[in-house]
Ligand binder design. Structure first.
Ligand code: LIP
Length: 275
């Protein structure tokens, strides 16, 4: 994003009207990005390469991020950008984009992926959208205004008994196996059922929607989690303060939980729920 632009809107970005403009643009853009991704998925276009161990990259990741970045640069040139594939540009507020979350699924033609886009200020997440094009489910949250799926309000689950709780523990090579297995064991010992579906953004969206009771991952990138953390918070859940610990630059541990299992999950993961 150009740091200084002759096209900068005179309306302050974080004013109600500035956020209204960004909300409307985000909801249109994420559906357009989802249509591009799903067309590529259906066409089985392009194959994939490896960025590193268990780190997939498809041509669609790059194409979707290019579409999103160019459009946001046209609409809001004064805003910054943080993208999984194309890097960062500074701004007082920044768009944080995962063009295909669940790339390992997308690459192997497993129909379980999403696009995740958040708008963040230095210490708060302002807007979050997660779109699952396979099921045409668009999750959205704006700080202080609740969370929705396809426009209908959503809420976290009321589950309190670990024996009926179903939680997700994300995984990546960035965390030592012994550490991951230790947390996994504590969650199993507490009696919970555990899933891992390889898209943290959708995992967080499902917590906000009451389909799952918590999402934990010991290290996530900001583009994987910021939109989902706002969704869970606005849907009545508890979340970690990801941005407080330099998460926007370095990533960090993530926990988001329905209130009934929050204590159990904070104990098992060692991640504080402070928002
Ligand atoms: C994925 C994350 C997920 C993590 C995977 C992978 P990607 O992001 O959403 O939480 O467990 O290892 O990092 O690479 O599909 O955008």
């Amino acid at each position: 994003m150009s740091a200084v632009s002759q096209h900068a809107h005179p309306i302050p970005a974080t004013s109600p009207e500035g956020l209204d403009r960004r909300e409307a643009a985000l909801l249109r853009l994420i559906r357009e990005a989802g249509a591009l991704a799903q067309a590529a998925f259906a066409a089985d276009a392009g194959g994939f390469e490896m960025k590193g161990p268990q780190d997939f990259l498809t041509v669609t990741d790059a194409a979707v991020e290019k579409l999103v970045r160019e459009r946001l640069d046209q609409l809001f040139p004064e805003d910054g950008f943080v993208g999984e594939e194309s890097g960062s540009a500074p701004g007082a507020i920044v768009w944080v984009v995962d063009p295909i979350d669940g790339t390992a699924n997308f690459a192997r033609r497993i129909p379980h992926y999403c696009i995740s886009i958040a708008l963040a200020a230095p210490q708060e997440i302002l807007l979050g959208a997660i779109y699952d094009p396979v099921h045409d489910e668009l999750y959205f949250a704006r700080k202080g205004r609740g969370a929705t799926r396809n426009g209908a309000p959503i809420a976290v689950s009321g589950v309190t008994d670990p024996q009926s709780a179903c939680v997700e523990l994300g995984w990546s090579v960035r965390v030592p196996n012994a550490t991951y297995l230790d947390v996994l064991g504590k969650m199993l010992d507490a009696g919970t059922n555990i899933r891992r579906a390889a898209t943290g953004a959708l995992g967080l969206a499902y917590v906000a929607d009451g389909r799952s009771d918590a999402y934990a991952e010991l290290h996530m990138h900001p583009w994987d989690c910021l939109a989902g953390l706002l969704l869970v918070r606005e849907a009545g859940g508890l979340v970690c303060d990801f941005l407080a610990a330099d998460g926007l630059r370095s990533g960090g541990g993530v926990l988001a939980a329905a209130p009934g299992v929050a204590g159990l999950m904070a104990e098992a993961t060692g991640i504080a729920l402070n928002l």
